[in-house]
Design a protein around this ligand. Structure first.
Ligand code: HEC
Length: 213
């Protein structure tokens, strides 16, 4: 459900930005066409804005805690850009500066949120995380990585399912397929290749298999 909302949200955001961008360009090159375009785009724009907000709010209720902070950047950007756009595109009193500013703001807010969504905060791993140390315990290592990086969405037992996370207790993936997803990410799950070593990823993938019911 979450992943479906995410794809719908992304699609409507792109459509929304295209309409916005077209209007801004027309504001500079041809105001008559802008008037005509705005008329035609009015109803689609209303539907798109409704879907944009609706999918965004629905996702908010299903999100894991750490992702929620990014949301603030987006929400502030979107909220500030709306009045700027309304004033900027006001008929016969257009203000090019405000129109451009609102476009930059909304693209910037989405860009920033998108970049930080894919970034994972590096966590300190304890002594159990050194595969070459004597007394190394792969299961402990995997468990530690899991509880530091994965619990926020998947939960202690693997079944939490926030931000569209799959239930790991019933995952049918092979260990290699899991390793690929952990390494490269998928949909709302960020890639971990920059913060976890191959040994970390192997250990956590093996640990995930122990969560299976
Ligand atoms: C931001 C939330 C989030 C975090 C944190 C997260 N995941 Fe995920 N995980 C997801 C989502 C969303 C999916 C489903 C991706 C898809 O198939 O659309 C997923 C899918 C998976 C899958 C594939 C399961 C299947 O059966 O398809 C594995 C394995 C997995 N995660 C392991 C991990 C591990 C290990 C960590 C920690 C290193 C982790 N995840 C951290 C959100 C998260």
């Amino acid at each position: 459900m979450y992943t479906y909302l995410l794809h719908t949200h992304k699609t409507v955001v792109i459509l929304f930005l295209l309409i916005y961008l077209t209007k801004t360009i027309l504001l500079f090159v041809n105001k008559d066409t802008l008037g005509k375009f705005s008329k035609i785009a009015k109803v689609p724009e209303m539907i798109i804005s409704f879907l944009f907000l609706g999918t965004g709010i629905a996702m908010m209720t299903m999100m894991a805690e750490p992702t929620k902070t990014l949301l603030l950047i987006k929400i502030v950007g979107v909220l500030v850009s709306i009045p700027l756009a309304v004033i900027g595109f006001k008929k016969d009193k257009e203000n090019k500066l405000l129109a451009v500013l609102s476009l930059v703001l909304i693209i910037g807010a989405y860009g920033l949120a998108e970049v930080s969504r894919r970034r994972v905060e590096k966590q300190e791993l304890g002594a159990s995380a050194n595969p070459s140390a004597s007394g190394y315990d792969a299961k402990l290592h995997g468990q530690e990585v899991y509880s530091k990086y994965c619990v926020s969405c998947h939960g202690q037992d693997g079944a939490l399912g926030l931000s569209g996370a799959k239930n790991l207790q019933i995952s049918a993936l092979s260990e290699q397929e899991s390793i690929n997803i952990i390494t490269n990410g998928k949909n709302a799950m960020a890639p971990y290749k920059k913060v976890l070593s191959e040994a970390d990823i192997q250990a956590v993938a093996a640990y995930v298999r122990t969560l299976k019911k």
